[in-house]
Design a binder for this molecule. Structure first.
Ligand SMILES: C[S@@+](CC[C@H](N)C(=O)[O-])C[C@H]1O[C@@H](n2cnc3c(N)ncnc32)[C@H](O)[C@@H]1O
Length: 296
């Protein structure tokens, strides 16, 4: 583990006075600030891999959502960071984020961006309009999804992760094929990953013992992304890092990281998380859904 991860040097606060972040200063650190501002201050072509888990813009109704069995309420993503006035405002945010990210990516760097059906199609269109070249979309199947709300739609048990390079001429991107075979379904490693939602000990908690973040991503998901599409010593950027899953896994897998996050409570959570030596799950036993999909 990188030595300074255990002390206060882990977090660096952005400020108006800072105009450019030197790579040597921000390597293996979390920058607290607004991603759209901080990204502008990162050097050109300095990262090998980017993972973005942006707001979903779920547009949940203001009133409490009660499940169809009338027994439980739905705890969705009610955080302010997920709220936008309109699709126009959301699209403009995503567009700015992706323009700046492309500038920071090395020539053959890859970008992964995750979302649900609420916004992933908009994100994909914006990416293509900006010249990104889409390589795959991985379907993350949750074998423990949130229970169905009203019984009027399919249970939402998937998220989509788009994998792309910044333009069509980026041909020498990293793809560790043998690991893709190990993680994806079937003999050739098709683009379906079955991974449970992050629960139990892995889930970061606040002081009251409640979950710290509504959308903490599983370590196993980042492990697959980082192992299949980067190499040891690479620089991994996550501009909306939440509980810091990306940096936490990157560090354990001997990659470097730069993370950005605006909210203080998540920054505190990341500090706590990095105090504990990360443990990356070894090869998992396949679930029954995965066994079934193997026949595909
Ligand atoms: C979907 S969550 C990421 C969760 C993360 N992948 C994890 O495993 O915990 C999105 C995060 O983006 C942060 N965020 C939203 N807008 C931001 C902005 N403009 N600048 C920096 N962070 C932002 C939110 O505070 C939130 O933690």
């Amino acid at each position: 583990m990188v030595e300074h991860l255990n002390n206060e040097k882990l977090v660096l606060e952005d400020s108006k006075e800072i105009t450019l972040f030197q790579l040597s200063v921000i390597k293996d650190r979390i920058i607290q600030g607004d991603a759209l501002e901080v990204l502008k201050k990162l050097p050109n072509e300095c990262v090998d891999l980017v993972f973005i888990d942006p707001p979903y813009f779920l547009q949940l109704p203001k009133k409490k959502l009660v499940r169809w069995n009338a027994k439980t309420t739905v705890k969705g993503v009610e955080d302010d960071w997920d709220k936008f006035e309109s699709f126009e405002e959301y699209d403009s945010f995503i567009q700015k984020l992706l323009i700046e990210t492309s500038r920071i990516m090395k020539e053959n760097a890859a970008l992964w961006i995750i979302s649900t059906y609420h916004s992933v199609h908009r994100i994909g269109k914006i990416m293509q309009d900006l010249g990104y070249w889409l390589l795959s979309d991985v379907i993350w199947v949750k074998n423990n999804p949130m229970p169905n709300w009203l019984g009027v739609r399919f249970t939402n048990a998937t998220e989509t992760i788009i994998w792309a390079v910044k333009n069509k001429s980026a041909k020498k991107y990293t793809f560790n094929k043998d690991l893709a075979k190990e993680f994806g379904i079937g003999k050739v490693g098709a683009n379906v990953w079955t991974i449970p939602l992050c629960t139990g000990k892995e889930r970061q908690k606040d002081k009251e013992g409640n979950k710290l973040h509504s959308t903490q991503k599983p370590v196993e998901l980042l492990k697959r992304i980082i192992l299949t599409t980067s190499n040891e010593g690479d620089m991994v950027l996550d501009p909306m890092s939440g509980t810091g899953t990306t940096g936490y896994v990157a560090n354990q897998l001997k990659r470097n990281f730069i993370m950005i996050e605006r909210e203080g409570k998540y920054i505190e959570g990341m500090k706590e998380r990095f105090k504990i030596s990360p443990s990356i799950p070894k090869k998992r036993k396949k679930s029954s859904i995965e066994e079934e999909l193997e026949t595909y």
